[in-house]
Design a protein around this ligand. Structure first.
Ligand SMILES: [Zn+2]
Length: 106
């Protein structure tokens, strides 16, 4: 069985990567990329519409991605903080001001 699946090779691109369902991974990726390239505006509009009508789902997907890539996100954040010290300071000042305003209000 294992030998059979390792022998499989895509007739179109020669890749040996394939989905459990049988489709060639490389060809599928190329198909999607070609479609997106040819229909950029349509894809963008559809993505926007999807995000607008499924905010909870989008949030869940993002949260799941962040959880699965927490190390990557941490690295990005650290790098961003290092590259944008002024922005970091501004954000910090703003949140301090918010806390202060809240305290004054109560
Ligand atoms: Zn292929």
């Amino acid at each position: 069985m294992a030998a059979y699946s390792s022998i499989w090779q895509c007739k179109r691109c020669g890749s040996t990567e394939r989905y459990a369902g049988g489709g060639c991974k490389v060809c599928q990726r190329n198909r999607v990329a070609a479609y997106v390239a040819a229909n950029a505006e349509k894809v963008k509009a559809r993505t926007k519409k999807y995000k607008e009508s499924n905010p909870e789902r989008v949030k869940a997907v993002k949260a799941r991605w962040v959880a699965a890539n927490s190390e990557k996100v941490k690295t990005w954040n650290t790098r961003w903080n290092e590259e944008h010290p002024e922005a970091v300071k501004a954000i910090r000042d703003r949140s301090y001001a918010k806390v202060k305003a809240k305290r004054k209000g109560t």
